[in-house]
Design a protein around this ligand. Sequence first.
Ligand SMILES: C[S@@+](CC[C@H](N)C(=O)[O-])C[C@H]1O[C@@H](n2cnc3c(N)ncnc32)[C@H](O)[C@@H]1O
Length: 191
Amino acid sequence: MSGKKLHRHGGKSSEAVLNAQRVLRSINLCEGDVFMDAGCGDGFISRAASRMVGAEGEVLAVDQHSPSLDILREKVREEKIKNLKVLEADLTRKLSIPDETVDLCLMANVLHGFFHNEELDQAIPELLRILKPGARLAIVEFKKIEGMPGPPFAHRITAEDVRGILESRGFQFQEEMEVGPYHYAVVLAKK
Ligand SMILES: C[S@@+](CC[C@H](N)C(=O)[O-])C[C@H]1O[C@@H](n2cnc3c(N)ncnc32)[C@H](O)[C@@H]1O
């Protein structure tokens, strides 16, 4: 890639500005779903998802930043969560998740980093591999507006950018919605 500065996205949590339940309800997470939180950070959304999918469902919380995962592992122990698996892994490489096993994958505040770092073609095919046929991918991103909170304006992407990135990589657009004062979501289905 070019000499531009890489986007650094480890160790950041959106918990203060994003309501996990609102996000998960908006993207229609259901009881019994296998849900993947790709780039989960400290896992505040994964923990909310574990309550919504129930005992028949499962949550896969994936990140490569071990200090964030340590926070999640501690919460999982404290809250005695049984249906959440923490996976320390790089989303741009092959994941130890079998083919076609995930019903709904969420990437919250992650895709703009892959876009900026030119890692889309490493990360997206792996998501396609593990999603069930017709399963959904939900992208949550900071609105592309100036000011705090969120990543620098130049690193933010619009909902139209998200559609363009994913419609050209095996996904079909389903819907777009606002999920908080600073965030939008785009939901797509695996073609
Ligand atoms: C801005 S944080 C968002 C965390 C969480 N989703 C939230 O909204 O609070 C981006 C997360 O993506 C993770 N991440 C970025 N690139 C990754 C990669 N290649 N593999 C695994 N995780 C990655 C970072 O470690 C970080 O935890």
